[in-house]
Ligand binder design. Structure first.
Ligand SMILES: O=C(O)CCC(=O)C(=O)O
Length: 272
């Protein structure tokens, strides 16, 4: 059982994050990690041709077309943890692999997701699921406790290495001394509120750091100004219909059941 206790739920509400929650068994981690490395090898040439800022295209929305990623986002333990903070009806709106290999020099600048997602009310959480150890040495996710209650202005930069698609970063000074490292073992997840200030440093170790960030939301969320108006129901019901619902991918390879999934594949540069 990966449900949060009442006290853990209160901690999430107050601080804007909770970790660690064990969700995957070792055998599952090994299998998913090997699928991830296969996917990386299959896309190596395409990634070489893309500027770092555009590489997210290969790593985002894979749950919509790859069955093994769908298995992660719909895993009962993951959903139990997410249900603890969002309630019984859950949609996946977005996923992104955040992989930082030794020597790559990639980092994620301090930012708040809420400013860029265009979704209201902020009934969203990110489950960041670790497939490797994620520790300060290899650039684990870091958060500023309680920052989800405030809105900070951001600027868009040309900084080299920032994995965010618009090079966004918070325009005011972030006090590093307040940051909390979300240390995770493989198979554990952390939850962070859509408004929390978060980021991560360069991987300065000799081990990879691989995690899947899954954005879950509740059916009452609306998407004015959002770049994306589709979602996948993974638990409970959606009686409001604010999002076009994607079917889960089937089979073992890439899979499409809707025109949106076909577009996602095209954007990723993959063939069906
Ligand atoms: O994995 C990271 O280092 C950053 C993840 C992130 O920005 C997010 O989950 O929103």
């Amino acid at each position: 059982m990966a449900r949060l206790t009442l006290q853990q739920q209160l901690q999430y509400k107050e601080l804007g994050y909770y970790f660690p929650v064990p969700v995957l068994q070792d055998s599952e981690v090994m299998q998913f990690r090997s699928f991830f490395f296969d996917y990386l090898s299959a896309n190596r040439e395409r990634l070489k041709q893309l500027p770092m800022r555009k590489q997210y295209l290969v790593f985002s929305q894979t749950h919509a077309v790859l069955r093994w990623v769908y298995r992660i986002v719909s895993h009962p333990n993951v959903l139990d943890a997410v249900e603890s903070v969002l309630g019984p009806n859950l949609l996946v709106w977005d996923t992104g692999w955040f992989s930082k290999m030794p020597g790559e020099g990639k980092y994620v600048a301090w930012h708040q997701d809420s400013l860029y997602f265009g979704l209201h009310p902020p009934h969203l959480t990110t489950a960041w699921i670790a497939l490797t150890e994620s520790i300060p040495e290899n650039g684990c996710l870091r958060v500023i406790p309680r920052s989800h209650e405030r809105v900070f202005s951001h600027r868009e930069t040309e900084s080299q290495g920032n994995l965010l698609s618009r090079g966004q970063e918070i325009a005011v000074e972030v006090h590093e001394s307040e940051a909390v490292d979300l240390n995770l073992k493989p198979g554990q997840l952390s939850l962070h509120h859509v408004g929390i200030v978060h980021g991560s440093n360069v991987n300065g170790s000799d081990i990879p750091r691989i995690g899947l960030a899954v954005r879950y939301l509740t059916p009452d969320v609306t998407h004015q100004g959002s770049p994306q108006q589709f979602a996948m129901l993974v638990r409970g019901e959606d009686n409001l219909g604010h999002f076009e619902l994607l079917p889960p991918p089937g089979g073992n390879g890439v899979s499409i059941g809707s025109s949106i999934q076909a577009k996602i594949l095209e954007r990723m540069g993959l063939d069906a």
